[in-house]
Write a protein that binds this ligand. Structure first.
Ligand code: NAP
Length: 454
């Protein structure tokens, strides 16, 4: 096993920095320290904990451009989106600072007992295994509610964003969190198995691929440890004949192409009814053609490099096999190392890779359907369950479909996106459990019933 990890800028292909990898012993020591820190941290008053959230937000604001640049250099995200990601983390600080106390305070339940209530108690050390695609946001949306609720955290980030992982640890230290309440591990995922087996580790959250999710779920299942899994998706974007394209087309383009298409909740399958198909294709293609491609450090870049060349290779294979099965390349499909041009495929059908699998890059698969019924039937024909979006002027008809959508989210006239105030998570092969909002905060708490008679 390698003893160091070197981060590489996917755009310039230059090495950024080499980091020492921690040994298994060091990782186990970090767990001991985290458990010790928990014993004190859980007793700290909520006001003190929420005060620290404001400090985190101040640091994010003060160093916004440095953090954004680090993210862009490590994984190629266009800089304007990196800045927006840091700002979203700041809004998450504000949200939990304003609401944590009410989310966590005891719930009094009237019974015949003298007193009965629910106490929301922290569990202890939680391990977070995180991906590279939103290097700050994914970590903050786990860490802020959990630390504020009294848990302590160990972060095992994707190795290509090790600089971000360590910068996040520094933010918590600078904000004044007690030592070891949040620790970043620089360790390969093989080291994690030992950690999970230890009784001091109470639960695991993983955002990442289905394969990694299954492995974590299996290990934790055997030990009866709780997990939250945020995995892949192939969200459908239904465009019905009465959709307002003038108003929502930009939103639909962002839904697929933001983060250069490397988003779990992206609109990966556009299911378009025949009444609007020609004008949708015409206008959508014009918008995609106009996306500015280039250096991720330039402010107006909308599409840049993928985070790693192997991601482009996988995407290419998915497209090649779909084209062999009858898909038509309407636009794009140029590949060079980690660069993948924005691509539109038409004539897509359910047996093709680009329909069945998750495409993690700037590829829009378009499916033409007869009517609304066929559109919803195809949208829900998926192993995944992160979200579905529909664009239509008939809100009442769309509202009736809520019960039929088996996903974690159903957005009408909006792209599926995360929001601190709303729960976020999936069903089926997209995982289980929720992040954000009150629901996300309660995932790793002991919802304890207390009953007192006298
Ligand atoms: P990944 O390969 O699964 O890696 C994610 C994290 O899991 C990394 O820290 C990785 O560590 C670790 N990991 C990999 N295999 C593991 C295993 N067998 N056991 C334990 N940990 C393991 O995924 P990725 O390529 O970085 O991220 C893309 C995937 O994440 C996509 O499928 C995307 O849809 C999903 N995602 C989901 C959400 C959501 O909220 N639902 C959000 C963002 C991304 P190493 O780097 O050391 O391998």
């Amino acid at each position: 096993m390698s003893h160091s990890v070197t981060t590489v800028n996917p755009y310039t292909l230059k090495n950024i920095k080499t980091y020492q990898v921690q040994s298994k012993e060091d990782v186990m020591k970090a767990l001991d320290k985290s458990d010790k820190a928990f014993q004190k941290w859980k007793l700290v008053e909520i006001e003190e904990k929420t005060e620290l959230l404001y400090k985190v937000a101040e640091i994010l604001e003060a160093k916004k451009h440095d953090f954004a640049l680090l993210m862009t250099q490590e994984m190629g995200k266009p800089i304007s989106e990196s800045i927006a990601e840091i700002e979203k983390c700041m809004s998450l600080c504000d949200f939990y600072a304003a609401n944590a106390e009410s989310f966590l305070s005891d719930d009094i339940i009237e019974t015949e007992a003298y007193e009965s209530f629910i106490s929301y108690d922290p569990l202890g050390t939680i391990l977070a295994v995180m991906p590279w695609n939103y290097p700050f946001w994914q970590v903050f949306r786990f860490a802020l509610p959990n630390l504020t609720a009294g848990n302590t955290a160990l972060l095992k980030h994707a190795s290509n964003v090790t600089g971000c992982a360590l910068a996040i640890q520094d933010i918590f230290i600078e904000a004044g969190y007690p030592k070891d309440v949040f620790q970043t591990l620089v360790a390969p995922h093989e080291t994690i198995e030992e950690l999970i087996k230890n009784d001091k580790l109470k639960a695991v959250t993983l955002t990442g691929s289905e394969k990694a999710g299954k492995s974590i779920a299996e290990q934790c299942g055997n030990l009866l440890k709780k997990t939250v899994l945020e995995l892949g998706g192939n969200n459908a974007c239904i465009v019905l004949s009465d959709a307002d394209l003038d108003k929502y087309l930009d939103e639909m383009v962002s839904a697929r192409f933001q983060n250069t298409g490397q988003s779990c909740i992206a609109a990966k399958r556009f299911i378009v009814t025949e009444g609007i198909y020609d004008s949708f294709i015409d206008q959508f293609t014009k918008k995609v053609r106009a996306l500015k491609i280039g250096n991720p450090e330039e402010n107006d870049t909308k599409i840049s490099i993928l985070a790693r060349p192997d991601l482009a290779e996988t995407l290419k294979q998915q497209i090649d096999s779909s084209v062999k099965a009858g898909a038509h390349v309407l636009f794009g499909n140029d590949v060079l190392d980690a660069y993948f041009a924005p691509t539109i495929l038409t004539n897509v059908s359910p047996e093709m890779s680009v329909f069945k699998e998750e495409t993690f890059g700037p590829v829009a698969a378009i499916i033409k359907v007869k009517d609304e019924d066929e559109a919803y039937a195809l949208a829900t024909n998926s192993r995944f369950g992160l979200g579905t979006m529909v664009f239509t002027e008939n809100i009442e008809a769309a509202r009736k479909k809520i019960i039929d959508i088996p996903d974690g989210a159903f957005f009408i006239n909006s792209m599926v996106k995360s929001d601190p105030r709303l729960p976020f998570g999936g069903t089926k092969a997209s995982g289980y459990g929720r992040e954000l909002s009150k629901e996300g905060m309660l995932e790793f708490l002991n919802v304890k019933t207390v009953l007192i008679n006298k």
